[in-house]
Design a protein around this ligand. Structure first.
Ligand SMILES: C[S@@+](CC[C@H](N)C(=O)[O-])C[C@H]1O[C@@H](n2cnc3c(N)ncnc32)[C@H](O)[C@@H]1O
Ligand code: SF4
Length: 445
């Protein structure tokens, strides 16, 4: 690849799961704003609920998630009581009539919850909110922690989609990231969920892990395809040992460089496409019949989603909410979160109130990341003079046309297949907050 393009890919950039991105949230937004924004929701608004369970029982050394390792259940049970208290407090603040179309439990590993606490969390959500009959209910799980009773408890709670962490099946890679997980173990969990009536399965993979090679990556992707998941996410490993201390347990020398990362990512994409999967956005794939293939794609903190709810409410430590007026984030340390819930029912520590410019830029960035196009005409139509100014900035993309990353079309630009791995770099052209000298991001692929 042209060294100029490699340099673009190697640039540390946000993943644009939000705009403005989380490092720009600040303490000017707190509980007062959250209270106001919740009570201003329209009674016919539809909500998406995200519950964060920040616990795992072993540490994967590559992990960048907000989680804490515990071998005891007591802290998990205590935490869950606080989450239930937060659910009560938030539900009290929203107008009657607001309904819930999506529920997502993420982490950490929500499967660490006991079957009793799974039922308690689900019952609390369903008793405090109007959950629509055909609402989606997805849970992220670590297949190493699953047993029949937990699978039955999740199915009983109305689970519609399960998201399993796999990362890589090569024992050498697994040893280097402290995560031993066999194919057989994973297949058994997939089958048990299917037998329990949960037919929508997502698998997470990571490329760029220590000791990964295109050959080992190929074996992993073939094994994953054999499991027949409906969706696959292939995340680029975010190796940030300066910020994430436990990643220092991984030998830097064993982490593939930018050329190998690109080769791994392209190999995985090609195998998934050859197996009939549709590629979406930067790193998601789905079967042609999956709702993701036919519904407009959106970007949120979990990556790509079909969720079109009017607001996303995040519950639990570190969880982020997106309301029409802006973002709010709960306190990250579990003790701080629990203290705030005890004091006032909610735990907002920071956030960001959207300016009209933020909204116009967010629209441009989300459209690029999801639909692979820069919507110049829509910007002008929907955001007036501001939109016209940002549409004009779109001309910056013309510089990428000569490299074949984008093509100019009458109403803006479209990103080519060659340009897909560069989506974060293209989106960064419209990020007014970007200062890579201050915040730490992973490489653009
Ligand atoms: C909350 S975990 C998934 C559920 C469960 N804890 C597990 O690991 O099986 C979310 C996903 O984030 C991805 N992830 C975690 N750390 C990452 C990193 N440093 N770089 C890229 N992806 C990462 C992994 O693919 C992981 O499956
Ligand atoms: S990758 Fe999943 S299981 Fe491993 S530490 Fe991170 S959140 Fe926990």
């Amino acid at each position: 690849m042209d060294p100029k393009l490699v340099k673009i890919l190697a640039r540390p950039l946000p993943r644009y799961t939000s705009y403005p991105t989380a490092p720009h949230f600040n303490a000017n937004v707190g509980t007062a704003e959250y209270d106001r924004w919740l009570s201003a929701l329209s009674p016919d608004a539809r909500l998406s609920l995200y519950v964060h369970i920040p616990f795992c029982d072993t540490l994967c050394w590559f992990c960048a998630c907000t989680t804490k390792i515990t071998r005891r259940y007591a802290p998990v049970g205590t935490y869950l009581s606080h989450v239930c208290a937060e659910i009560d407090a938030v539900a009290e603040r929203i107008p009657n009539g607001v309904s819930v179309s999506h529920i997502h439990w993420g982490g950490g590993s929500p499967d660490i919850l006991s079957t009793r606490d799974m039922a308690r969390l689900s019952d609390t959500l369903r008793s405090r909110f109007i959950v629509e009959k055909d609402a989606e209910f997805a849970v992220e799980i670590d297949p190493r922690e699953m047993d029949e009773a937990k699978i039955a408890a999740l199915a009983q709670a109305g689970l519609t989609r399960i998201s399993l962490g796999v990362q890589d099946f090569d024992p050498k890679v697994q040893t280097a990231i402290n995560r031993l997980q066999s194919f057989e173990q994973t297949r058994a969990v997939v089958e048990e969920f299917r037998n329990a009536g949960v037919h929508s399965i997502n698998i997470d993979l990571v490329y760029g892990l220590p000791h990964q090679t295109t050959e080992s990556g190929r074996q992993t992707i073939e094994a994953v395809i054999a499991l027949g998941p409906d969706r696959v996410a292939t995340f680029g490993y975010a190796h940030l040992p300066n910020r994430i201390r436990h990643q220092r347990l991984i030998d830097n020398e064993s982490v593939p460089g930018i050329h190998d990362r690109l080769a791994l990512s392209q190999m995985m994409s090609a195998h998934l496409r050859d197996a009939g999967y549709v590629q979406l956005g930067v790193d998601h794939f789905c079967k042609p019949g999956d709702s993701m293939a036919s519904t407009p794609l959106r970007r949120n903190f979990q990556g790509y989603t079909t969720d079109t709810a009017d607001a996303l409410l995040g519950l639990g430590a570190s969880a982020i909410s997106r309301l029409p007026q802006g973002y709010v984030q709960n306190a990250v340390p579990i003790a701080d979160y629990q203290r705030r819930i005890g004091d006032g029912g909610v735990a907002t520590a920071r956030g960001l109130a959207f300016t009209p410019e933020d909204m116009a830029r967010a629209f441009a960035i989300e459209t690029l990341m999801c639909e692979l196009r820069f919507p110049a005409s829509e910007l002008c139509r929907e955001f007036g003079e501001l939109g016209v100014a940002i549409a004009r900035e779109g001309e910056r993309l013309a510089a990428h046309a000569s490299d074949g990353l984008v093509e100019q079309v009458p109403d803006g630009f479209v990103v080519t297949e060659k340009g897909r791995p560069f989506l974060r770099a293209l989106a960064a052209e419209f990020d007014a907050y970007l200062d890579t000298s201050k915040t730490v991001h992973s490489t653009g692929i």
